[in-house]
Design a protein around this ligand. Sequence first.
Ligand SMILES: NC(=O)c1ccc[n+]([C@@H]2O[C@H](COP(=O)([O-])OP(=O)(O)OC[C@H]3O[C@@H](n4cnc5c(N)ncnc54)[C@H](OP(=O)(O)O)[C@@H]3O)[C@@H](O)[C@H]2O)c1
Length: 317
Amino acid sequence: MLLYLLALVGLFYLMRWYRERQVVSNLQDKYVFITGCDSGFGNLLARQLDMRGLRVLAACVAEEGAEQLRKKTSGRLQTVILDVTQTESIAAAAQWVKERVGDRGLWGLVNNAGISLPTAPNEWLNKQDFMNILNVNLLGVIEVTLSLLPLVRKAQGRVVNVASIMGRLSLFGGGYCISKYGVEAFSDSLRRELSYFGVKVAIIEPGFFKTNVTSSEKFLQSIQKVWNQVSSEVKEIYGESFLEFYQKSSKQVEQSSNADVTLVTDCMEHALTACHPRTRYSAGWDAKLFYLPMSYMPTFLLDAFVYLRSSKPAKSL
Ligand SMILES: NC(=O)c1ccc[n+]([C@@H]2O[C@H](COP(=O)([O-])OP(=O)(O)OC[C@H]3O[C@@H](n4cnc5c(N)ncnc54)[C@H](OP(=O)(O)O)[C@@H]3O)[C@@H](O)[C@H]2O)c1
């Protein structure tokens, strides 16, 4: 009985492996638009797809990032300046894309741009802190998608949204996890709506990787700024040791983050080039073996685990 079961599981994985290896044709004619190409995943993906022969339309926040990227890539790759929090900037970029793709439409849209700061206990933050992250990570994704959807539909292409394993598990306060839960929710409804038009939507859920988003230096500067601004009541309730715990944790996160960013960009590339892309990609062993299983645990167990690893506020009961 066990042998039959093992054979069935083996057969399932073999068939899945075969199915997932099939690649769409004429990649060299396909346009892919990627946001946040100045650094990190977006930058590497732009170079990776360019090497593969696709027509990459790379959006950067700053001209400096765009120039650096152009220097490292072929003449096929084109860049545009885009701030995903600005409606006019999105409209101008969408028009720029339209002029380039013409009747072919846009094969791939990768919503990758994102920020992670300020991250801190919720009570230390104000509404603007939440809005700053949500504007980039969630409303930016939504507005860019809505603006480019007609072009993606024309190509019967792909939307690839970069969420996070923190879109399945809310382990810290601030706007980041909220924004990634939002990206998951947006992508789920979008996937079903667009399936009627032959458009596929994939969600990328990376674990922790070494990029600006997990930089301890940036985190320490940000949390110190937040701490300096909290009321004396909050300072008294939480105490300096709570701040120190957060500071130490950020160093641990950076140290344990995976330096092999290709694990993420390979998932993105698969979502764009495979005939049968997955709905969700969890990139990194921490995501696959730790955070994802954790997200299925009963809430009381998950909470107990988080309490065990956290520091307590000075005035906790
Ligand atoms: N690294 C991780 O562990 C991890 C894990 C899960 C998910 N993610 C997600 O992966 C995505 C890429 O992040 P990354 O890790 O590659 O970090 P990154 O190197 O900081 O890349 C983020 C990119 O987004 C750009 N960006 C920031 N604000 C923007 C705006 N308003 N408009 C347009 N672009 C903007 C950044 O430009 P600047 O460089 O100029 O700021 C940068 O190019 C993000 O959505 C992030 O949340 C990362």
